[in-house]
Design a protein around this ligand. Structure first.
Ligand SMILES: Cc1cc2nc3c(=O)[nH]c(=O)nc-3n(C[C@H](O)[C@H](O)[C@H](O)COP(=O)(O)OP(=O)(O)OC[C@H]3O[C@@H](n4cnc5c(N)ncnc54)[C@H](O)[C@@H]3O)c2cc1C
Length: 344
């Protein structure tokens, strides 16, 4: 059997109790129900790009989702696509862009599967999955039933959803609404992308230009999976950008990059986790003595496996960063990837 290091972008993790590859929805449902009936530990794995495995996985049963085959419904000036969970996210974006459909172009280059996309409400450069998400089919672990989840059930937040917060089960397909703007993108909502395209915020640009610009920017940060880039042996950003109260944000140096956000409890401010990490004295390429885990040489927010790292070394570096940032700023950085099989 394969080790999970071969099925994950961080390339850590040993051999689990079992790996069941499911290439149809029916196989996935049957395999899940039969593992659930045993009461043993289980998890569902897509592309393995947001999981870090520790040493304690020998009793874990892994359901690997490999379902494909998009169904497209053409409506006036928009299309509704029903996408099996195993479809590769960036292949989906490429297909939407090539068909002139807007809504997910800013999320070009995010690795992983479509079934995992709602789990942390993936997002980049001003777009989030929740902007286009209609519903998903979900095999619910508690009831054993198939249910349809709508946005209100998933309670999407910034890199967050009800599933990420613990609702157990498996997404079998998702349904997204894509709009036809005659080859143009949604209005630009990212200063970085607008700058790269010599455009203004709010402008519509050619979908293909936007996709190219995003992929270029991401590659410069080591944020696309590239076998030739050692910085992409990672889970992308290791921490979410912390959201703090407006009054707390005023206590942080005015040089700190910040974005105002509106939460239920009033005005809040999103700070840059990368900036906080660098200001806490942890720069690019940093690693602890004797460890094979390091900060990416392209982006302070990514932890990379330099070759031969263990999950524990990745977690140790993450804890060190959290302690440094907490000591300097009083902010607890929250890891974005899922840490599985760690003893504490
Ligand atoms: C280089 C790089 C760049 C990245 N950039 C971004 C970015 O810009 N924005 C962003 O949001 N993320 C980013 N990520 C993180 C990652 O790509 C996303 O979280 C992605 O959605 C993970 O997909 P996956 O299939 O690999 O999930 P996995 O790692 O396989 O699983 C992640 C979690 O989802 C659960 N899961 C997987 N499939 C299902 C399913 N069908 N039903 C229920 N639960 C499921 C798993 O159990 C696990 O808890 C990046 C990662 C890398 C390596």
């Amino acid at each position: 059997m394969q080790a999970l290091s071969e099925l994950t972008s961080m390339r850590v993790g040993g051999v689990p109790a079992s790996i069941t590859r499911c290439s149809t929805r029916e196989e996935l449902i049957t395999a899940a129900k039969s593992i659930w009936a045993t009461g043993e530990n289980w998890m569902v794995l897509g592309g393995g790009t947001n999981c870090v495995f520790g040493a304690d996985i020998s009793s874990l049963h892994v359901l690997k989702v490999e379902t494909t085959g998009i169904e497209k419904q053409v409506l006036q000036a928009k299309q509704v696509w029903k996408i099996p969970a195993g479809v590769d996210w960036d292949e989906l974006v490429a297909e939407a862009v090539s068909e002139g459909l807007a809504g997910i172009e800013g999320m070009s280059g995010i690795p992983g599967t479509c079934g995992a996309a709602p789990v942390q409400n993936i997002g980049a450069y001003g777009q989030e999955l929740s902007d286009v998400f209609l519903r998903a089919e979900f095999l619910d672990y508690e009831s054993g039933e198939l249910v349809i989840l709508e946005p209100k059930d998933l309670k999407f937040g910034y890199r967050d959803s009800a599933i990420k917060r613990g609702r157990a089960g498996i997404i079998t397909w998702i349904e997204l609404e894509l709009i036809d703007l005659e080859g143009l993108s949604r209005p630009l909502y990212s200063g970085q992308i607008a700058g790269a395209l010599n455009s203004q915020m709010g402008e519509h640009v050619k979908l293909t230009d936007l996709r190219d610009a995003v992929l270029k920017l991401r590659a410069a940060k080591g944020m696309v999976l590239d076998p030739n880039d050692p910085n992409s042996v990672s889970c992308g950003s290791f921490f979410t950008n912390p959201i703090v109260s407006d009054s707390f944000a005023r206590t942080i140096s005015s040089d700190a990059p910040r974005w105002e956000t509106q939460e239920d409890d009033g005005l809040t401010v999103k700070l840059s986790a990368a900036w906080l990490i660098e200001q806490a004295g942890i720069g690019k390429d940093f690693s602890l003595p004797g460890s094979h885990a390091a900060i990416s040489s392209k982006h302070a927010l990514a932890i990379v496996n330099k070759g031969g790292a263990t999950g524990e070394q990745i977690a140790e570096l993450a804890r060190f960063i959290q302690e440094r940032v907490a000591a300097k700023f009083g902010i607890n950085l929250v890891p974005e990837p899922n840490l599985i099989g760690f003893r504490n």
